[in-house]
Design a protein around this ligand. Structure first.
Ligand SMILES: [Mg+2]
Length: 227
């Protein structure tokens, strides 16, 4: 299959979001005087909030402060009623930009697959964070459109965010478009809902039933896949 248009997810697909999050979170927890046991608690809160975003019951821009408000509440932090959640959220967001790094080899894969194609980024995330990462990593050298849920008010798997990205790329047909991402519930479900082919980036190599058009276990496999 030869694809003319590539749509990429960002977090956990092109960039090592776990690494950026861990480094930024460690800085923020030390500011708040919390020890590393708060990391698991934060992750559980964050996962819950983003699942609410995917379900359409929470706006993505609410996640930024709410996760720290809940963290301070659950740890009965003495400053939980102050502006501390907001300050931690701002520091954390800055850290997510400062520590954003490609997975090894990801930029070489972008070099190899994007030439002569229309390429869009479709990401569920906070506008300021994702814009900061786009600038830091120089993504505009490969991408012609950026659809960010926090800016558009619509999140994957809602196909509207993919429709908006394709419109920005001036693409009206769906037959040679592929949505590439690590999440079955947002990227693959969203791509299917939008009527485009899908490619699941499955680094863990676990699940067999995935519903995607294609499955790769490393980004490098995209080079052959997109033709
Ligand atoms: Mg992702």
């Amino acid at each position: 299959m030869s694809y003319q248009t590539l749509l990429f997810d960002l977090d956990h697909t092109l960039i090592d979001s776990d690494l950026a999050e861990a480094r930024s979170l460690s800085q923020v927890l030390s500011i708040a005087g919390l020890d590393d046991t708060a990391i698991d608690r934060y992750r559980a809160i964050n996962t819950q909030l983003w699942s609410e975003v995917e379900a359409g019951t929470r706006r993505p821009d609410e996640v930024k402060v709410e996760r720290f408000r809940r963290l301070l509440e659950q740890t009965e932090h003495p400053d939980r009623e102050s502006d501390m959640p907001k300050r931690l959220a701002d520091r954390f967001a800055s850290g997510l930009v400062e520590h954003a790094e490609f997975y090894p080899g990801a930029s070489a894969v972008l070099d190899a697959v994007t030439g002569g194609r229309r390429v869009g980024l479709v990401t569920n995330g906070i506008g300021a964070v994702q814009r900061g990462r786009i600038a830091r990593l120089g993504l505009d050298q490969w991408f012609g459109a950026f659809a960010i849920s926090g800016e558009l008010g619509v999140s994957k798997p809602d196909p509207e965010i993919i429709d908006r990205c394709l419109a920005d790329l001036n693409i009206s047909e769906r037959h040679s478009v592929v949505m590439i991402g690590d999440s079955l519930t947002s990227d693959i479900a969203g791509g299917r809902a939008a009527g485009v082919d899908t490619c699941w980036v499955d680094r863990s190599g676990g699940v067999v039933e995935h519903g995607a058009t294609h499955r790769v276990t490393a980004l490098e496999q995209l080079v052959e896949l997109v033709g």
